[in-house]
Design a protein around this ligand. Structure first.
Ligand SMILES: COC[C@@H]1[C@H](c2ccc(C#Cc3ccccc3)cc2)[C@@H]2CN(C(=O)Nc3ccc(OC4CC4)cc3)C[C@@H](O)[C@@H](O)CN12
Length: 294
């Protein structure tokens, strides 16, 4: 039966087969959860089982102060250039009156002259640099806010985690976009050492099915020592990089007011890479971005 038959009236002398009311309709295509969000739930479960509390990460816009200065990342560090970071023009700055004045002063002193056994960087720290707004380059900016709050509200041992979007002004390719989801774990307590970090990482990655870990010395401006984490993937039958880690430096922790003897171990990884491996996706655009084809 066509519109032409209806308009011309040809339908009148056409015999049609009887309507089959028992015919099954087309199966409706059910929706499905996005793989990234399913893997995010998996990571949330792992952290929760390990007793970690999720950090509030609902601010993509951050000040350079919390994203860099609070982490003892020097103001002339290349990561702070526009070629690596998305700086905002409106609002371009968070007035320094928003930062705790005494804490800001301790951060400034630590960058300039060190303290707590550190010699600092010896440069002239500029508040205007710390006021610049940006799209956070890591969720470690949230960790710095949480650690400061923990110190100010009365320290107690704590375990935090975050899983959320971060933004880097970098070249994009098959496996890298200008934004990705960072996963970060943080443990703060008295007397933590590198072996606590290694043990925590083994617990964490074991729950991901990654049994064999290897650690390689690395550098981060805000952690010392730092280690890159590698694991043997049975699925890919090769050693793969699975994250980075370290112990936050005293130049970051002491100005916050965390008590003497308190150390903080932390590690980070991405959400896209594990999702691409678990769901056998080889182009990140099939997973995330403006042209998703699932
Ligand atoms: C600019 O890119 C950064 C991102 C992302 C990353 C790297 C480091 C950190 C960090 C940190 C950190 C360090 C010290 C203290 C606090 C945080 C966070 C994210 C992943 C880190 N990486 C990464 O996730 N790899 C990975 C993780 C899990 C995994 O599981 C599979 C089921 C088997 C597989 C792979 C390693 C690479 O993918 C790397 O090329 C991309 N990295």
């Amino acid at each position: 039966l066509t519109t032409d038959m209806l308009q011309s009236g040809a339908w009148r002398d056409t015999t049609f087969k009887p309507y089959n009311f028992d015919a099954l309709g087309l199966p409706p295509s059910g929706g499905h959860l996005h793989p990234l969000l399913k893997v995010r739930t998996q990571f949330r479960k792992i952290f929760t089982q390990m007793g970690f509390e999720e950090m509030p990460t609902n601010n993509y816009v951050e000040s350079s102060f919390w994203n860099f200065d609070a982490l003892f990342q020097p103001q002339q560090h290349p990561a702070r250039d526009a070629h690596d970071t998305f700086f905002l023009t409106k609002p371009a700055a968070t007035p320094a009156s928003n930062f705790p004045a005494d804490y800001l002063e301790r951060v400034k002193q630590t960058h300039q002259h060190g303290g707590f056994g550190s010699i600092g960087y010896g440069y002239d720290w500029k508040v205007a640099e710390a006021e610049k707004n940006l799209l956070r380059t890591h969720t470690t900016a949230v960790s710095s806010r949480m650690l400061y709050r923990l110190a100010q509200e009365g320290f107690h041992p704590a375990k935090y985690f975050s899983i959320d979007r971060v933004f880097r002004n970098e070249a994009i390719d098959r496996t890298h976009l200008a934004e990705f989801h960072q996963i970060e774990g943080v443990v703060c307590d008295y007397g933590l050492t590198l072996s606590d970090l290694i043990g925590t990482l083994q617990q964490f990655f074991d729950r991901l099915g990654l049994k064999k870990l290897r650690f390689k010395p690395a550098f981060n401006p805000y952690t010392e020592p730092s280690m890159e984490i590698f694991s043997y993937s049975e699925q890919l039958e090769k050693w793969i990089e699975v994250g980075n880690s370290g112990m936050f430096r005293p130049e970051m922790l002491r100005p916050m007011g965390l008590p003497e003897g308190v150390n903080v171990i932390a590690w980070g990884l991405g959400l896209e890479r594990p999702t691409m491996i678990l769901y056998q996706v080889d182009n990140i655009r099939d997973l995330f971005g403006h042209k998703v084809s699932l």
